[in-house]
Design a protein around this ligand. Structure first.
Ligand SMILES: *[C@@H]1O[C@H](CO)[C@@H](O)[C@H](O)[C@H]1NC(C)=O
Ligand SMILES: *[C@@H]1O[C@H](CO)[C@@H](O)[C@H](O)[C@H]1NC(C)=O
Ligand SMILES: *[C@@H]1O[C@H](CO)[C@@H](O)[C@H](O)[C@H]1NC(C)=O
Ligand SMILES: [Ca+2]
Length: 646
């Protein structure tokens, strides 16, 4: 019973890093005079709802940010956000793009959406169910302006599934899961349709041909900055910036970044790893310039772990965690995440409070004044008070996935984690550690963090707040301030605390292969999943079996479908588009007789061109209306649409 209560209860241990109220700035004449030249902020007494900015990296691994301890890929802007805010070191995500984004948008576990298996393929006629109400829809209702930039990957076969029909006022970006960083061409991965490829970049529903040749990270960053600059600051803004980086482009693509970005990482011996994440600093800088940052919540996170090996590998690293994207191991599901907001009272800390992607919807809505009770039957917890004041988290359990197609399940509860079934990269610890055998990285430079655009913008906010407080006060004491400027000491302490070390001796390791028998780990003591406790802790193992059985009852069958050849971009001027819609490129014939003679393969000619018709096409009852698409003669898919078009 003792063991049970220990894992059922909240076993999280809080390590509060907010050690001291050390003042590091000189309160002097310069300080006061600089107050006068600061941008004008909306006064903190106005009750405006906070701006919400989510920056989502695609397939970024645990070790691909430098705030987790590696020097190899310096990410000073992301680090500045992290050290000034909260490093969320127990933040779990579904292990793949579509499931992860589904839970972010709905607050529901993918097992309750039918989105738990694999990702959405370009030719699949499905999407995030229209019965779901999405985060931007909620926010729009309470007065937010809502904008999406970048990747969608939640469906588009009908236009009702695309971002601007689902709560976003505008969308600039792409509908599929990946593309070439410059041509914006997406190649189908599904082997059955591997020849299908098409352009995928839009402004709302309009194809954005003008973006051909422009680097994806830049155009998304520019759009985000433009939206911020054009924003009416009397209204709250929701900006969802879902970068392509550092996801791999199409399999045949060679390089994914401009030369100057690659040159910065010339010390990394592995060529494929010389990439850079989306440009966070520009966005934060723009928010500061508009006076919006002071009342903003900024989240930076990855949708899932890095795919270190195999198809679509980006050479990202989840070191030292086990496994990778697509697997329930920590490397696939323990995601890079950090939140910064001046509304957070207990900031500058590493949090080990457990969090799941589903929690963002109720958490952010709570910050915007919407009560969790108004949100109906979702899975997420409102963690806003937990984050703001460093309280005990109500979340003690995460169903990482139950995927009966791939045939695996994983659950974390308390300090323990249970994995059963067929998992990819079952026994592997992959990815670059950043150690010297991989090339000599420059030493981590905390001043680069402090002087990054993000570091500067945030220190400006903190200073302004302090100045406001000091105004009219006679005594100046360090305890006057709830917030203080980030120091080099904070950086080194937090960085150390955020680093995961395996700390398992070779002889203590206990092998585990979950396809043979379920595995059990104590994640708190063994974050690298090296010591299988299944045999040593039979009571806990039995309890997890029961928990899994209980959750199985609520699983919705996966919604995956076979591809639809009508999605072929060749039928749509080489674009991926909402193909279950009338085709504006179609030539419509109303004269049934014209076609009745062709019940077999044949060639039709008229003044507009020639088409090869492959086999039978539907016969109408009355004067049927055929639509023939202006296809080149080597195409063998003919779309015959009936009267619905007219
Ligand atoms: C997208 O639609 C919104 C709302 O109709 C509009 O304000 C915005 O300008 C559109 N964006 C583009 C790039 O066309
Ligand atoms: C660096 O990595 C290599 C290969 O993984 C390993 O053999 C070596 O011990 C590591 N060196 C250090 C200093 O950690
Ligand atoms: C078809 O695609 C080309 C670019 O390949 C573009 O310039 C043209 O406007 C498109 N036509 C239509 C009708 O959308
Ligand atoms: Ca992803």
């Amino acid at each position: 019973m003792d063991i049970l209560s220990r894992i059922i209860g909240h076993t999280t241990v809080f390590i509060v890093l907010f050690l001291s109220e050390l003042m590091v700035i000189n309160v002097g004449a310069i300080f006061f005079s600089s107050l006068l030249s600061l941008p004008i902020f909306p006064s903190s007494t106005t009750k405006q709802k906070p701006h919400i900015i989510i920056i989502l990296a695609d397939d970024m691994g645990w070790n691909d940010v430098s705030f987790h301890g590696s020097d190899q890929i310096p990410t000073p802007n992301i680090d500045a956000l992290a050290y000034n805010g909260i490093i969320l070191n127990n933040h779990y995500v579904p292990a793949l793009c579509t499931p992860s984004r589904s839970s972010l948008m709905t607050g529901k576990n993918p097992i309750h959406l039918g989105m738990q298996h694999s990702v959405l393929y370009p030719t699949e006629p499905r999407g995030l169910p229209l019965s779901e109400k999405l985060l931007p829809e909620y926010l729009k209702e309470i007065g937010y302006r809502t904008h999406a930039v970048g990747k969608w990957h939640l469906g588009y076969f009908r236009k009702e599934y695309t971002p601007t029909y689902r709560g976003f006022e505008s969308h600039f970006g792409y509908w599929n899961g990946l593309q070439d960083y410059y041509t914006h061409i997406t190649q189908q991965l599904d082997p059955q349709y591997s020849e299908y490829k098409g352009f995928d970049m839009r402004r709302n529903l309009t194809v954005a041909w003008d973006t051909v040749g422009k680097y994806a990270t830049d155009i998304f960053t520019n759009e985000a900055v433009r939206l911020i600059n054009d924003h009416d600051t009397s209204r709250p803004m929701f900006l969802y910036l879902a970068h392509l980086a550092p996801h791999k482009g199409n399999e045949d693509q060679l390089l994914r970044a401009p030369d100057e970005e690659i040159a910065k990482f010339s010390y990394i011996l592995d060529l494929e790893r010389r990439i850079q994440a989306g440009n966070v600093g520009e966005v934060i800088d723009a928010l500061r310039n508009r006076g919006m940052l002071e009342n903003s919540i900024v989240i930076f996170m990855s949708d899932n772990g890095a795919p270190t090996e195999g198809i679509l590998s980006n050479q990202g690293s989840n070191y030292p965690l086990r496994g990778m994207k697509g697997s329930p191991w920590e490397g696939g599901t323990r995601g890079v995440a950090t939140i910064w907001s001046s509304l957070i009272k207990k900031s500058k800390r590493v949090s080990n409070q457990m969090m799941f992607m589903t929690d963002w919807l109720p958490t952010l809505l709570s910050a915007a004044g919407v009560n969790r009770k108004q949100l109906g039957n979702i899975d997420g917890f409102d963690l806003w008070p937990v984050l703001v004041s460093n309280r005990i988290s109500p979340r003690s359990e995460i169903v990482i996935n139950i995927d009966d197609v791939s045939n695996y399940a994983a659950i974390r509860r308390g300090d323990f984690k249970y994995i059963i079934g067929r998992t990819e990269t079952g026994s592997a610890w992959l990815g670059a550690s950043g150690n010297s055998s991989e090339g000599t990285s420059p030493q981590y430079d905390p001043y680069k963090v402090l002087y990054s655009k993000t570091g500067i913008a945030i220190s400006g906010i903190v200073t302004a707040k302090q100045a406001m407080k000091l105004k009219g006060r006679k005594t100046i004491s360090k305890t006057n301030f709830q917030e203080r400027i980030l120091t080099i000491k904070d950086i080194s302490e937090m960085r150390k605390e955020a680093q995961i070390k395996c700390n398992i001796k070779e002889k203590s390791k206990i092998f585990c292969e979950p396809i043979i028998a379920p595995c059990l780990f104590n994640i708190k003591n063994d974050p690298c999943e090296m010591v299988n406790l299944a045999e040593k802790r039979p009571v806990i193992l039995a309890m997890f079996k029961k928990i899994l059985m209980k959750h199985r009852l609520s699983v919705i069958p996966p919604s995956n479908l076979n591809g639809d050849p009508k999605a072929n971009p060749l039928l749509w001027n080489n674009t991926w588009t909402s193909w279950d819609e009338p085709n504006p490129l179609a030539l419509t014939y109303t004269n049934a007789k014209e076609f009745q003679q062709y019940s077999d393969s044949a060639t039709v000619r008229n003044s507009l061109g020639s088409w090869h018709l492959a086999g039978m096409y539907p016969e109408g009852k009355d004067g049927i209306h055929f639509t023939v698409i202006n296809i080149p003669s080597h195409m063998y898919h003919l779309w015959c649409a009936t009267t619905s078009l007219l």
